[in-house]
Design a binder for this molecule. Structure first.
Ligand SMILES: [Zn+2]
Length: 259
């Protein structure tokens, strides 16, 4: 049996690693021909290095990367993953070019400079499907957690890789520009069908779920709670770092903006 440092198989051909930071997930999908798609590799230098090492132990190599959205913890990379296309939505690619410094600023002094240097060099996805050798992979673009955010659906696997949506350890976290949660709601609602037909969900932070639609309903319930009565009994609010975000969401719901 192969011993891996980080990756755990969640269904055949699909592997997930959880970072020591915020339960951040890295997802690997094998193409069945010796290649691997690496989604949102994260986070610390040793954790990033372990991913290509694990791929080598599995006898596969990275053929492409994918960033679900423009946030610094989702645009990381490691030299050993190779110089392959790292896809994202055209809007995300543009943001990381126009505002590169701002996007990467939280990483400065936090991870080695050479890893910051190779972060966020992304290639725009053309159309709605990834042009790769693995199972059909369809992107669903929305603006809920961040503008130009994508969820990746692999219909043949019943899999949805959702980025920073549908987490069991984070309540809905809207973009800074979303002052009333309506953009978040619109983005969430746009994912109802795909969460309904998927059987496995891999969120950007937290545990995978075998009931994607339940995660969708949990997040919609939270938004409904805030819209209807300005508060929520969502248990995630009690988790690390969530009280402040919840207070900010309450202000947004009351028309007071994020702060
Ligand atoms: Zn994010």
């Amino acid at each position: 049996m192969v011993t891996l440092m980080r990756l755990e198989e969640v269904i055949p051909e699909v592997w997930v690693a959880h970072s020591r930071r915020y339960g951040t997930t890295s997802t690997v999908i094998l193409d069945g021909h010796g290649g691997a798609l690496v989604i949102d590799p994260a986070w610390d230098a040793d954790e990033l290095a372990a991913i290509p090492a694990d791929l080598a132990a599995l006898g596969v190599r990275c053929v492409a990367g994918l960033s679900t959205h423009m946030h610094y913890d989702h645009v990381l990379w490691h030299p050993d993953l190779g110089d392959v296309p790292r896809w994202s939505t055209p809007g995300t690619v543009q943001e990381t070019i126009n505002n590169r410094e701002e996007v990467l600023r939280p990483l400065v002094g936090d991870i080695p400079a050479d890893l910051i240097e190779i972060a966020a060099h992304l290639t725009p996805i053309k159309g709605e499907r990834l042009d790769w050798s693995g199972p059909t992979a369809i992107i669903h673009v929305h603006d809920a957690h961040a503008p130009h955010h994508l969820a990746l659906e692999l219909p043949d696997l019943g899999l949805l890789v959702s980025g920073d949506m549908f987490s069991d350890i984070e309540i809905p976290m809207p973009a800074e520009s979303d002052t009333d949660l309506l953009t978040y709601r619109a983005g969430l609602l746009s994912l109802e069908e795909v969460t309904g037909r998927s059987r496995l969900l891999i969120p950007g932070h937290g545990e995978v779920s075998h009931s994607p639609i339940q995660r969708y309903r949990d997040d919609l319930r939270y938004l409904d709670d805030l819209a209807e009565r300005g508060d929520s009994a969502d248990e995630r609010i009690r988790l690390d770092g969530m009280a402040e975000l919840h207070a900010s969401n309450q202000r947004r719901a009351n028309g007071g903006g994020p702060r």
